[in-house]
Design a protein around this ligand. Structure first.
Ligand SMILES: *Cc1c(COP(=O)(O)O)cnc(C)c1O
Length: 398
């Protein structure tokens, strides 16, 4: 009797899952049986990989592998504590100092991921009675961080500084105020007008936070990120970033004024209540920064691959949206078409994910192509060839 009732309580889950499948919105998760690189092995086949945020090919870079191995020999694996109790080890401090210097910021704090960096930072800066102005396309971790803070969230139109100005003018009842934007928007590859947003924030005396997860290692001198790209050092209060994308490892960071970083060490809940980054992760990230400081070769190759791909797609008649970065959305509209397109690419040896609602708005499904320095120009030519063939087969291009 009890068992039947329990089963009945959960039938809604199966109904929801079936509905997702019906609508072409069910996420089929592939297992990769090789290192993450330009090519990956899935189900025993080698495929060209256009899904990873591995912009610079660092996820399987020999120097990064070696740095992680050496650190394990010296320090073991896990800190076995939260940072604030007994989990801060020398590699953590070295990484934070190196990142602050790299980004031209006064100080830096690291977290387990970019997601937790946002969950830590936003509620530490604003609370009930305060106001957050948030770009309508901001990342889920920003949205969740805003919810956790209990501040009032005012969404402004995507990258629209005039709308932001109007929203600021029409919300006059507040305690503290914070503007938050993604640096590079992950599903479209466009860049926030951070110079204009920064000028407005300064004019109005509002705190400014940018989440540069997709700009880290991609934009700016040697991948120093969006603040460097716009030359805004010292003017953007909080720069959030991730070590899980271009850096090829895992982890999150916040760079900014010393007082803010000090405050996050006291009040950032994932810092206080969730264990520290592991030793090999930390050492690998440190090596990644060193590689970026030494040469721009990987970044140059990334941008050259991205340009080659985007030009080729446009020439064939594909709609690649408004991308300004190595993220290239191949706009298809219909979610089922996007899934079919991705499946056909997969069969033809190209791994590129279909992205649909709720990650992007309804009717804006796409294949999202992530370019990488791990590809050669002939890899890109091969991908273009495959996209063209599948595109003609599915009547997306003529
Ligand atoms: C990917 C991403 C994150 C999350 O970073 P993780 O390190 O993977 O947790 C946060 N913000 C933005 C804008 C992202 O694109």
């Amino acid at each position: 009797m009890k068992e039947t009732q329990a089963a009945h309580n959960l039938t809604w889950i199966q109904e929801e899952i079936d509905a997702l499948k019906q609508a072409g919105l069910y996420n089929h998760i592939r297992t990769i049986d090789s290192p993450i690189d330009g090519w990956v092995t899935i189900d025993g086949r080698s495929l060209l990989n256009f899904c990873a945020n591995n912009y610079l090919g660092l996820a399987n870079h020999p120097r990064i592998r070696q740095a992680a191995q050496q650190a394990i020999d010296q320090y073991g694996v896990g800190p076995a504590a939260v940072r604030s109790i007994a989990g801060t080890m020398t590699p953590h401090v070295q990484l934070e100092e190196k990142l602050a210097e790299f980004k031209g910021a006064e100080a830096c704090i690291t977290f387990q991921s970019g997601f937790t960096a946002n969950l830590a930072t936003i509620p530490a800066l604003v609370g009930r009675g305060d106001l957050i102005f948030s770009d309508e396309l901001n990342h889920a971790s920003i949205i969740d961080g805003c919810r956790l803070s209990r501040a009032t969230v005012v969404r402004y139109a995507h990258n629209d500084v005039d709308d932001l100005r109007q929203q600021i003018a029409s919300h006059t009842d507040y305690g503290r105020r914070l503007i938050i934007t993604d640096g590079v928007f992950s599903m479209d590859g466009d860049i926030a007008p951070l110079d204009k947003i920064c000028a407005l924030a300064n004019e109005e005396g509002i705190m400014l936070m940018v989440d540069d997860a997709h700009g880290e290692g991609v934009l700016g001198r040697s991948g120093r990120g969006i603040v460097d790209h716009f030359g805004l050092h010292g003017q953007v209060d909080i720069e959030v970033g991730t070590l899980s994308k271009a850096f090829g490892v895992v982890g999150g960071l916040v760079a900014g004024k010393r007082s803010i970083i000090e405050w996050l060490r006291q009040r950032g809940r994932p810092f206080l209540f969730s264990s520290a980054m592991t030793v090999p992760d930390t050492a690998a990230c440190l090596e990644a920064v060193t590689i970026l400081e030494e040469s721009s070769e990987l970044i140059d190759r990334l941008w050259s691959n991205a340009a080659l791909f985007q030009e080729g797609m446009k020439t064939m008649g594909f709609d690649t949206g408004h991308s300004q970065t190595p993220i290239v959305p191949v706009m298809l509209g219909d979610a089922k078409l996007a899934q079919r397109f991705s499946r056909r690419l997969f069969e033809e040896g190209v791994f590129a994910m279909a992205i649909s609602y709720p990650t992007v708005p309804q009717g804006k499904a796409r294949i999202r192509v992530m370019n990488s320095a791990a590809h050669s120009h002939s890899d890109i030519e091969l991908a273009l060839d495959t996209f063209g063939r599948v595109g003609r087969e599915l009547d997306v291009v003529g």
